[in-house]
Design a protein around this ligand. Sequence first.
Ligand SMILES: Nc1nc2c(c(=O)[nH]1)N[C@H]1C(S)=C(S)[C@@H](COP(=O)(O)OP(=O)(O)OC[C@H]3O[C@@H](n4cnc5c(=O)[nH]c(N)nc54)[C@H](O)[C@@H]3O)O[C@H]1N2
Ligand SMILES: Nc1nc2c(c(=O)[nH]1)N[C@H]1C(S)=C(S)[C@@H](COP(=O)(O)OP(=O)(O)OC[C@H]3O[C@@H](n4cnc5c(=O)[nH]c(N)nc54)[C@H](O)[C@@H]3O)O[C@H]1N2
Ligand code: SF4
Ligand SMILES: [Mo]
Length: 722
Amino acid sequence: MLIPTAARPDQRLRSHCPFCSMQCSLDLHLAHDPTAGYEVKPSQDFPVATGRLCQKGFNALAHTVHPERVLQPLRKSKASSPGWSPAAWPEALDDIAARIRRIQEQYGPDSVAVFGGGSLTNEVCYLLGKFTRVALRSRYVDYNGRYCMSSAAAAQQLAFGIDRGLPFPLEDIPQTDYLILAGTNIAECQPTLMPYLLAAKKKGAVIVTIDPRRTMTSKIAQHQLMIEPGQDSLLVSGLLHVILEEKLYDAEFVAAHTEGVEAVQEAVQDFPPERVAALTGIPEDTIREVARGFAGAKRGMVLTARGLEQQVNGVEHTLQYINLCLLCGHIGQPGSGFGSVTGQANGQGGREHGLKADQLPGYRSIEDPDARAHVAQVWGIDPHELPGKGVSAYELFGKILDGDIKAMMILGSNPVVSSPNNARVAEALAKLDLLVVVDLFETETAAYADWLLPGTSFLEVEGTMTNLEGRVFYRPRVFEPAGAAMPDAWLLCALAEQLGRGRYFSYSSMSEVFDELCRASAGGKADYSGISYSRLQEAQGLFWPCPGPGQAHPGTPRLFAGGVFPRAGGRARLHAVTPQPPAETADTEYPYLLTTGRLGGHYLSGAQTRRTDALAKKAPEPVAELHPALAEQLRLREGDRVRLTSRRGSLEVAAKVTKDIHPRTMFVPFHWGGDLAVNRLTNDALHPISRMPEFKISAVRAERVELEIADSYRDPGTDGAS
Ligand SMILES: Nc1nc2c(c(=O)[nH]1)N[C@H]1C(S)=C(S)[C@@H](COP(=O)(O)OP(=O)(O)OC[C@H]3O[C@@H](n4cnc5c(=O)[nH]c(N)nc54)[C@H](O)[C@@H]3O)O[C@H]1N2
Ligand SMILES: Nc1nc2c(c(=O)[nH]1)N[C@H]1C(S)=C(S)[C@@H](COP(=O)(O)OP(=O)(O)OC[C@H]3O[C@@H](n4cnc5c(=O)[nH]c(N)nc54)[C@H](O)[C@@H]3O)O[C@H]1N2
Ligand code: SF4
Ligand SMILES: [Mo]
């Protein structure tokens, strides 16, 4: 039963879609038949995607009213009677706090870890970092954004000195003349961003896609460069070679606003287009044409996403695309620039407020003494009490297996489905003395929990989010929490109180949490200190950095104006990249490359969208996309079962035969758990700096699953039907 909250000054039930980084605004209207509840319609007055939603947005209500919603705290019953026993909140919080205290007395403060998620609000992300460091006094906090934006974040920090997914507003995109889309499937992953790309195309922009697949996005491109996974640095070396050799670059911009061009020149010397063509299979003429076209365009733009970032070379691939923009002077003006398309609802905000192992609020380094002093002062503690840096998301599970971490709290993530080599994650969670999961559902991860606590849905709690452009906006609460669900923020404060640290967590409203976040961010790279709830409620979002004091700063929609970069000396850094092979390459035992990703109708681990009938029925289970030549080699027809085996595990799925994929590559989406989880196969090798796992490349072998029994009963009349 959905009960609208009383505190709505405008009486409108307006919210934002809980799924991707576009953060389209939606309105909830009472259905004609009131027993049918509410229906979702796009809002007409919020920028970003005015009047538009994709299929996930239209269906965003379904999971929040699903009968499987967890509505009260649940305690894992004894092994003798498996299942859950309901409990009241005081009992749950008492027991959890007592167990945390016992574990910390025995093993020290760092034996308890926190794992967060990028769908949580800025306030919750901020409180998770503070809760870990101040209430638990542990160094171990990280979040699923490590699996998502960490390579792009590291590359943008290295090159520009700042990381904001898109350093420009979406409205800049239609002004470009040349758009390269690399490893980004916008048509399925940020569908309401497509009109911006189509507007550029309509004005005459050339569009190029670089992807092992011909996706729904590449349908709008003039050039579709179908590379093998892992070849981005190599391909871009070829583009840079042409641009440097033919002196097509913007020498004035490079001299005035960058450093490191000589090293790039040297690094690409060995990669003339003819060699790159031979290594990638992309015709030399195409390489030359794209290089000349991009360099010669008045305004050029590159957008990347997880395709090339989720690799052990993901930072380097990203740096290569940044090199391309910098060399051509395509940066800092409308219609030009490099951007990495953020993924989760609050994937941007999630990485700014101290939810990462090495960060404090304001995008500050936890190892910087000034940053520690500033944040400690805002938190009212001594800087020496602040723990040091912890480890990345996936490495937290290694610490459990090593016996260093004994207890974990997980909010806003389902890592048993979404982590690479997920059997190891399940093994780690099973080993914990205490696992607390806060979620809307009993997910595959919650199945390992000692306590499963009911979280609120996006409609049941207020807060702020930061979208892919760096636009911070206010999301109101429209419904009362379902059952006994408690907002994550208040749950953390209540637990801090039980742990004897309540004085650091006494807030009377969510806006107080936000105000403290803003103070903590003041002077940092992601400075929110000029933002407040009242400003956000008036405006349709403000772009960070928006420094205070006072309410005057208009926010910063476009970074790097005038070619000034927030690095020492104000210059951007070009990086010499020598293309490296992935962690695993195809060999005789595992002759194919498996890549993984998304479908338009499902979201991440599928916890929400698999519980949304309208979406689940379109894609009830994963299928493996593979090329007809490969299908023939494996004696596979459309719909046949294929067993994929990597060095880590195996998976059986149906085959989808399509010419729209590189002939030696297979693609499987990752939205399912258990026997259908492609992360049974994926490689847990990590990038040395960003600690991003290699989700996008695993060597596999493949074989047709011989259904002998089924075959012998097969009705000859239906044989071969698809
Ligand atoms: N429908 C839907 N939308 C989503 C999500 C979802 O789960 N479902 N998730 C959200 C989140 S959190 C994220 S991070 C984004 C992700 O958004 P994207 O990164 O766009 O999505 P992916 O499907 O993971 O990967 C994009 C493309 O990379 C290609 N690719 C694979 N290997 C390589 C390579 O080596 N080089 C290149 N150039 N391309 C390669 C894949 O074929 C795929 O088409 O989407 C967000 N939006
Ligand atoms: N093979 C492969 N694996 C991948 C990727 C890939 O491309 N390939 N991509 C990676 C990427 S980019 C990402 S972002 C990760 C994400 O993967 P996950 O971290 O598993 O993300 P979700 O499925 O969104 O999990 C969010 C969980 O939080 C719950 N939830 C939603 N809202 C709230 C809330 O407000 N409070 C609380 N307490 N809970 C809430 C949901 O019910 C859900 O169970 O997956 C990664 N895994
Ligand atoms: S584009 Fe993204 S934010 Fe907009 S409706 Fe679709 S999933 Fe939701
Ligand atoms: Mo993501």
